[in-house]
Design a binder for this molecule. Structure first.
Ligand code: OOG
Ligand code: NI
Length: 467
């Protein structure tokens, strides 16, 4: 008998979902194989530099999943399940407005928060809740029927929730209970073979394919599981070479010569999957649904609010140039905009306060400098310029609403419907915290704490005050 800590449970959970998803969506296995090749070759070509944004062990094991639930109650239950794996809600994403058409969900991501926990296993799950009370999508009658349908189903058995609470309270579980937790947690994200009510599914699908995928079935399932690569352009080429058609573009920042920032993602549509339907005449028969897909991502440096603001402005500028005829290929226009606006080196990114970094004292440079910093007041910039302090990038651990909406969108065949004459329901990070049952962390605050802790240590080591 041995006791398993939360991070061990989390690593096993990611693996167990990965095995399950691989049997459900075989193209996922191809994606993982190609990702592994890309990372291996990147490491060979770039050497130690390749691991600047995460060790090869971390990156190879790294996945994010996406799941969708139907009500505040289901959201609070899934939060209890994730807490058993040391995964906590971070960030609020409102995809109702990020998308030009129908994606009636609000989301958060469950992930480890501490640096050490992230290094051990960074598994994260983008979790969306259907905004079933938003009158722009659902009229009063449909809202009522949706609520009834969702309240009548059980996504997570009581035994799972209780075991999850126990794991969270004790910061782990003994072997046998750990096995049981993993078995039940994995099973609750498996594609169900319960018959799908055809008429009900189609009614919801006419409004939004996402609403049908969430509220039209009696269980939830992993929508996608995403490996991380160190070179997404290389991955894209290799997948196309294998005859797998990717969506037209990589979402997020363009490929460019400067530092990687935030998050770049691309995806492909999975095949139709066999599901069982119950038709209006009462008969049950086979059918197909295509709602799942493969996604892959490359992670870059976390941007500060100032950096993020610049990023958002560059996206708007890119949109503007495209719509006003100054170029026709998004990636080319974006590259141009980036070259005009974003510093080309990590050091400049740090000096301009655009990216989050941790800082360490360079002992060699300190010795060579032959001067003492003790008792002095200095700026971080002075110390960086003097090379007495080195900046190390903090990797972006979160998501981008526009890319998320793009990912949802690019895989839908139909735009759905939305009545903008109605007033949408208000959701924000505070409401989401109430729903989830614990405070949803602000991602910026987490990066900032990490950065500030390292600066405090530098001050201590130099005996200086950094202003
Ligand atoms: C979630 C889409 C968002 C991402 O990587 O941005 C997402 C979903 O399709 O349920 O996973
Ligand atoms: Ni995703």
């Amino acid at each position: 008998m041995s006791f398993q800590q939360l991070w061990q449970l989390r690593a096993r959970f990611a693996l167990s979902l990965s095995e399950m998803y691989g049997t459900e969506v075989p193209a996922y296995n191809t994606l993982v194989d190609v990702s592994t090749e890309v990372n291996r070759d990147f490491l060979k070509a770039e050497g130690a530099d390749a691991e600047r944004l995460g060790s090869i062990e971390r990156v190879t094991a790294e996945r994010h999943g996406a799941i969708r639930v139907g009500s505040p109650e289901e959201m609070s239950q899934v939060a209890r399940v994730f807490a058993a794996f040391g995964m906590y809600p971070v960030g609020f994403y409102d995809l109702r407005d990020a998308a030009k058409s129908s994606v009636p969900v609000v989301s958060t991501a469950f992930r480890p928060i501490d640096k050490e926990e992230l290094a051990k296993n960074p598994f994260r799950v983008f979790t969306s809740m259907l905004a079933a009370d938003d009158p722009r999508f659902f009229d009063a009658d449909l809202q009522k029927r949706l609520r009834e349908f969702i309240n009548n189903r059980t996504l997570f058995p009581q035994e799972l929730l209780e075991l999850a609470d126990k794991a969270a309270a004790n910061k782990g579980l003994e072997d046998a209970e750990a096995d049981r937790l993993l078995e039940m947690a994995t099973a609750s994200f498996e594609l169900s073979d319960d018959p799908v009510d055809y008429a009900w599914y189609k009614e919801l699908e006419a409004i939004s394919a996402v609403a049908a995928d969430i509220g039209g079935v009696t269980s939830t399932h992993i929508n996608h599981l995403t490996p991380r690569v160190l070179d997404i352009d290389d991955l894209y080429r290799r997948m196309e070479e294998r005859g797998i058609t990717m969506i037209d573009e990589v979402q997020g920042p363009p490929a460019w010569e400067g530092p990687d920032v935030l998050l770049r993602q691309t995806s492909f549509r999975a095949l139709d999957e066999k599901r069982v339907f119950r038709f209006e005449d009462g008969t049950v028969g086979p059918g197909e649904l295509r709602v799942r897909f493969g996604e892959v991502e490359q992670r870059g440096i976390a941007l500060t609010p100032k950096g993020r603001d610049l990023y958002d402005k560059m996206v708007v500028e890119t949109d503007y140039r495209l719509s006003s005829g100054q170029g026709s290929v998004r990636t080319e226009v974006a590259q141009q905009v980036w070259a005009e606006n974003l510093p080309r080196t990590e050091k400049e990114l740090a000096l301009a306060g655009l990216g989050f970094f941790t800082y360490t004292v360079n002992q060699q440079a300190l010795a060579n400098a032959g001067e003492t910093y003790s008792g002095r007041r200095l700026t971080l910039a002075e110390l960086i310029e003097a090379e007495v302090v080195t900046a190390h990038p903090i990797v972006y651990e979160d998501f981008l609403p526009r890319s998320a909406a793009g990912i949802f969108q690019s895989n839908l065949t139909d735009k759905g419907s939305r009545d903008d004459a109605q007033q949408g329901t208000d959701y924000d990070i505070t409401v989401m915290s109430e729903i989830v049952g614990r405070e949803v962390a602000d991602p910026y605050a987490l990066y900032e704490v990490q950065q500030n802790e390292s600066i405090a240590l530098v001050e201590k080591q130099l005996g200086a005050t950094i202003t």
